[in-house]
Design a protein around this ligand. Structure first.
Ligand SMILES: Nc1ncnc2c1ncn2[C@@H]1O[C@H](COP(=O)(O)OP(=O)(O)OP(=O)(O)O)[C@@H](O)[C@H]1O
Length: 293
């Protein structure tokens, strides 16, 4: 659906996006994961046609950002809302829907219901809570029934319940009409749900894979062995990342098979064990050397 080659953007001498390639298929949920300043928003701004790249090509179903047809495919939720704070939700959405000639009334009413907008439609946008605003922003971006939705840090500042609600509805829309979603996030749990993750650092894509493959390659699974006494624990050969404390030994391992081998090797010396899968946090630290919130 979307093909990007060698995309690059400088601001003065600073390289904000450094020669990145992307391939995004219809219906996927794609996450750009990175720290502040990694280049996520600059990438999104180029993909939505707001910012002109210095180099590289972008093709969405064969269209380039400068073409009118390009924007017909897109819905965008920016970090800062584009709605008028002094107008009611209903007025804001009515103005937005007039911008789209082919706005489908039934689809729009369905969106209002799914995102629970009807109860707040007569309130001024300014008077809404953060979570309500985000729901209205998302509805606004979906009125034209776009095929590709960009969400720039959709969950920042939202409580868990609101996040959950928003993702329930977005997942429903993906299933119902094959909506493709590209999101930027600092939240590992949001990247966890993605079909494909691009990890960005200093303008570059430092990893590009499924969550499962990233975990298999970079996440550190750990096996804790509880020995019957300290001398047995001390006899275990340890690597740099392994730890020993009294009767407890924590070893970093790469696979379930390796865990099984260790457990069977020490089965007569231990009274218990615990196997913990590595997380997205491990992946991020492994790739960028930094923790993500
Ligand atoms: N208009 C601009 N002028 C100058 N520098 C910019 C501009 N926009 C972005 N940058 C710089 O480009 C780099 C990438 O910024 P960008 O906003 O794309 O990062 P990000 O990953 O989206 O960060 P955040 O998570 O904070 O939104 C940063 O160093 C930023 O300071």
């Amino acid at each position: 659906m979307l093909k990007v080659k060698n995309l690059t953007k400088h601001f003065g001498s600073k390289v904000a996006v450094d020669n990145i390639d992307l391939t995004i298929k219809r219906g996927q949920l794609i996450a750009f994961l990175g720290h502040n300043g990694a280049g996520k928003s600059t990438t999104i701004n180029m993909l939505t046609g707001l910012l002109k790249p210095d180099a590289g090509s972008i093709s969405l179903e064969g269209h380039q950002p400068a073409e009118n047809q390009y924007t017909h495919y897109l819905g965008v939720v920016f970090q800062d809302s584009v709605l008028d704070k002094q107008l009611t939700v209903a007025k804001n959405l009515s103005i937005a829907s007039k911008l789209y000639k082919d706005c489908n009334k039934q689809f729009c009413e369905d969106l209002m219901q799914k995102f629970e907008i009807n109860a707040i439609k007569n309130q001024k946008y300014d008077s809404l809570s953060g979570g309500q605003r985000r729901r209205v922003d998302i509805v606004r971006s979906l009125l034209s029934q776009p095929e590709l939705l960009f969400l720039d840090e959709p969950s920042t500042g939202l409580d868990i319940q609101t996040r959950k609600k928003i993702w329930e509805v977005l997942d429903q829309l993906r299933q119902e009409y094959g909506l493709t979603i590209i999101l930027t996030t600092h939240y590992l749990e949001e990247a966890n749900q993605a079909d494909w993750v691009y990890v960005m650092d200093k303008g570059k894509i430092v990893a590009s894979d499924t969550v499962d493959n990233l975990k298999a390659k970079y996440a550190k699974n750990s096996l804790t062995l509880f020995f019957k006494d300290e001398s047995l624990a001390q006899s275990i050969p340890l690597n740099d990342n392994d730890q020993m404390s009294g009767k407890k030994v924590i070893v970093k391992i790469t696979s379930y098979q390796e865990a099984m081998q260790m457990i069977s090797r020490y089965q007569n010396d231990i009274y218990d064990f615990e196997y913990v899968h590595g997380t997205m946090d491990d992946i991020f630290i492994e790739l960028t050397g930094k923790e993500i919130k």
